[in-house]
Design a binder for this molecule. Structure first.
Ligand code: ADP
Ligand code: MG
Length: 265
């Protein structure tokens, strides 16, 4: 709807879970590409030194010169660090493996938890959505991401030990809500890598829904080969196979988020 489209949303969403391999990066890339495909101006911020969303969106991490950490530590202007992707409506702030030491460098800087908020604040009103792909840790960079964000998406893999560590994450979110960012909301818990044939996967879905109720997205991301192979082409799944179940599930998630935020399309 054209009236809505003239208003920039300016919503920052962190994608966080200190567990690795749960689908954070896959969600950042494919939710980002889906929102962009729906013509919402989107920025994906790679806040993980592994730089998986940087490479998954087609950039060579070895060629990255400036990243989000430069904005946080050296107060580099964010606009110098943003790179347009090969897709309309989709930009990236890349990461770089060398930045793994940045956590320690930040220990002695002033307002060290607020550096990402200050940095992203300068471009917040130029994007409908800013998605921050967090590293598998609850360290200072992730604290920065949660402090900078309006909400957080928590991907949970439909596998054994799915709920392990979730209490700790939710507790960290509570601490940040009370001390650093009273506005932080949980956008939703996202069930990922679901395989309907597995009884265990169905048990996890049931358990997470019973426990977290309305906090859980209705959209469930299936285990899908297109989602796992497309990063090796440097593409989101939508550009690799637009018809795949994986692509469709992330488009559904984008729509669910738009609906949740009262944006009609
Ligand atoms: P994280 O960023 O939380 O560490 P990733 O998004 O990198 O997790 O996912 C971990 C691995 O699982 C990657 O190899 C990724 O391609 C694969 N993967 C993630 N989601 C899916 C899915 N829905 N279907 C199939 N493979 C997936
Ligand atoms: Mg990742």
């Amino acid at each position: 709807c054209s009236i809505e489209k003239n208003n920039i949303m300016g919503k920052i969403i962190a994608i966080a879970n200190q567990k690795g391999g749960v689908g954070k990066t896959t969600t950042a890339i494919n939710l980002g590409a889906s929102l962009a495909a729906l013509e919402y101006k989107t920025l994906v911020v790679d806040a993980d030194p592994q730089a998986n969303s940087t490479s998954g969106l087609g950039m060579n991490p070895k060629e990255v010169r400036k990243s989000i950490y430069d904005c946080m530590i050296n107060q580099t202007n964010v606009k110098e660090v943003i790179v347009p992707s090969s897709f309309d409506y989709l930009d990236i702030i890349p990461s770089h493996i060398d930045l793994v030491g940045a956590e320690i460098e930040m220990i002695n800087i002033k307002n060290r938890e607020e550096r990402m908020r200050e940095a992203l604040g300068t471009v917040k009103n130029e994007y409908d959505f800013i998605l921050v792909d967090c590293s598998p840790s609850l360290g200072l960079v992730t604290v920065n991401a949660l402090t900078a964000s309006d909400s957080v998406i928590v991907p949970v893999q439909c596998e054994y030990f799915a709920l392990e560590g979730l209490g700790k994450l939710l507790n960290t979110i509570k601490i940040i809500q009370s001390r650093l960012n009273t506005e932080l909301e949980i956008e939703g818990i996202l069930l990922t890598m679901y395989d309907a044939r597995l009884r265990l996967a169905n048990q996890v879905v049931e358990e997470v829904n019973t426990h977290f109720k309305d906090l859980v997205f209705k959209t469930i991301i299936p285990r899908n080969i297109r989602l796992s192979e497309s990063p090796s082409f440097g593409l989101p799944a939508i550009a690799h196979d637009a018809e795949s179940k994986g692509t469709q599930s992330y488009l559904n998630l984008a729509q669910e988020i738009l609906d949740k935020n009262g944006i009609a399309k």
